[in-house]
Design a protein around this ligand. Structure first.
Ligand code: AMP
Length: 414
């Protein structure tokens, strides 16, 4: 019986893995330059964590979360995002006593969305969280980190920036927005109608074409920010200018939950089509407290690796896969035994090499050498074992040169 993979959950095959390794390797390098340290948290958490930490009113929790009862004992969930678990770990291990912390994570997330290009049910995020700093300098630094990371991968993405206000200025704005939207219900899609009461800010995020005229005309929080939020935004902008990071103010960019405050940002790429966001982030000063920790400001982002991989693929940039340097071809039984020994020796010296364990005809072995992309081939048989001398064949130029087996590692290195 053939059993297929689960819909919306993808394999990354060996030929594509080099790209994933590059994305993750560059992330580790760049994040370290900014002092972010890796944290690894479980893929499974109490469902309650996401209900509180992401919000019951969100689609992520309400509609898309994979929830299951663990042998009738507790309600668990596959994590739909990385921030809640990271914050839980931050609180649970008392990390806040050490002052401000910068952490990053990477790994699979799960959402039962309708699969389409750039949207999957298991996908991978790389995310950064900075805890303990309320000042705008950290916002700008984190945004610059993300711009730096994308730049290193050769990706150009547009940075959209906004402020979602705070408890001082948002409530009055929400009331105004609700009244505006309620008066225009008939012109809005069912999803928008659904959100007007539950999560009116999210209505602004709607991509449905027919909703756009109403949303374009909606009152803008950006014009109603309190002094604190206005100054914060101005300072983030000033710091980004100083760092040479270009941005576009996007008044309709939102994070839909109450504990999100002030800075919201997103990087988008035209290369992605409809699902254009490659990464999104924002300040969540109330979240640590909501999840039972001491009041601790925070700001974070998550980047989608599948989407980044799509962009890199479109750019046609494929990092080289590691190919074996040498292929040891065996001409007879003595040669096969020697090939095994020499292969072990070369690998100990850090040189990738392969042999065809099936043995077989020389021609077939050479074919295998080409197939795996080896640079050199050496034929080993009784005569070579006895003399300690063999021929080193350059599989690109097809030239053959004599080589002492003892010198093989030195000759093929590099
Ligand atoms: P979010 O956690 O929804 O703010 O998403 C952050 C980033 O994760 C997005 O910008 C996407 O790049 C990526 N992402 C979110 N949901 C999915 C999904 N279902 N499939 C693939 N990537 C996703």
């Amino acid at each position: 019986m053939k059993i297929a993979g689960v819909k919306g959950m993808n394999d990354v095959l060996p030929g594509e893995v080099a790209r994933w390794q590059e994305m993750e390797q560059v992330a580790r390098e760049v994040f370290a330059l900014y002092g972010y340290r890796e944290v690894r948290t479980p893929a499974v958490e109490h469902a309650q964590l996401f209900a509180r930490g992401v919000g019951e009113a969100t689609d992520i929790v309400n509609k898309e979360m994979y929830v299951f009862e663990d042998k009738g004992e507790e309600l668990l969930a596959l994590r739909p995002e990385g921030t809640a678990g990271t914050v839980r770990a931050f609180i649970e291990h008392g990390a806040f006593v050490e002052g401000p912390q910068k952490w990053f994570y990477l790994g699979p997330m799960f959402r039962r969305e309708r699969p389409q290009k750039g949207r999957y049910r298991q996908f991978h995020q790389i995310g950064c969280e900075a805890f303990g700093i309320a000042e705008p300098g950290i916002d700008a630094e984190q945004i610059a980190l993300l711009a730096d990371y994308l730049g290193r991968l050769g990706v150009t993405a547009e940075l959209k920036l906004n402020s979602v206000g705070d408890q001082a200025c948002r409530p009055a704005y929400l009331a105004e927005l609700k009244a505006y939207l309620t008066a225009r219900k008939a012109q809005l899609c069912p999803d928008c109608n659904d959100r007007i009461e539950r999560n009116p800010l999210r209505v602004l995020d709607c991509k449905v074409e027919s909703c756009q005229p109403v949303l374009d005309g909606a009152p803008r929080l950006l014009d109603r920010l309190c002094d604190g939020c206005r100054t914060h935004l101005d300072q983030v902008k000033g710091a980004l200018d100083a760092l040479g990071v270009a941005y576009r103010i996007e008044p309709r960019l939102v994070r839909g939950l109450d504990y999100y405050v002030r800075t919201a940002y997103e990087f988008t790429s035209d290369a992605l089509g409809a699902q254009s966001a490659v990464a999104g982030g924002g300040r969540y000063d109330g979240l640590v407290e909501t999840l039972g920790g001491p009041p601790t400001p925070g700001i974070g982002f998550a980047l989608g690796e599948e989407r980044l991989a799509l962009i890199l693929e479109k750019l046609g940039r494929a990092p080289p896969e590691r190919r074996p340097a040498v292929f040891l071809v065996s001409a007879d039984a003595a040669g096969a035994a020697e090939a095994l020994r020499r292969a072990a020796e070369l690998r100990r010296a850090g040189i990738a090499c392969e042999l065809d364990a099936r043995g077989g005809k020389l021609k077939a072995q050479f074919k295998q050498a080409e197939r795996v992309g080896a640079r050199w081939a050496v034929v080993l048989g009784g005569a070579e074992v006895e003399s300690g001398q063999a021929k080193l064949k350059d599989l690109r130029s097809r030239e053959e040169t004599p080589v002492a087996l003892a010198d093989l590692a030195t000759r093929v290195r590099g």
